[in-house]
Design a protein around this ligand. Structure first.
Ligand SMILES: [Zn+2]
Length: 120
């Protein structure tokens, strides 16, 4: 067996990466911020001073094109939420690499076809 050519190596890397991506769990991007807030009750002391504000509340915001969406995360769910954010980061990172690899492979194939057609 001869040495594997570059395209084969890229193709193998592509398959490996694709498998890694398939193993990434539930994901959601964005970030979580901790906030203390005032409520709707006009007689509540939270309106008087910052230290009386309610909270902390954990707001998980994501950007969707032009809109920003926020959901309130129960504090018991925080650890889980951070896993989803990390999964999202990982997925985007790996997808970027996968796209670059695919591009290399396609460009290499275009080159091969061109070289082949020159011979005729
Ligand atoms: Zn209040």
């Amino acid at each position: 067996m001869g040495k594997k050519d570059q395209e084969q190596l890229w193709a193998e890397e592509f398959q490996r990466l694709k498998k890694e991506i398939s193993e990434i769990g539930i994901f959601r991007n964005g970030s979580i911020s901790k906030r203390w807030q005032t409520c709707g009750n006009s007689r509540c002391r939270c309106k008087r001073a910052k230290e009386y504000r309610h909270g902390p509340y954990y707001w998980w915001t994501t950007k969707e094109k032009t809109k920003t969406r926020a959901i309130l995360v129960p504090s018991e769910m925080l650890d889980e939420a951070y896993v989803y954010i990390e999964n999202s980061r990982l997925l985007r990172k790996k997808m970027k690499i996968l796209a670059k690899l695919a591009d290399k492979i396609v460009q290499n194939r275009v080159k091969k076809y061109r070289e082949k057609s020159k011979k005729h």
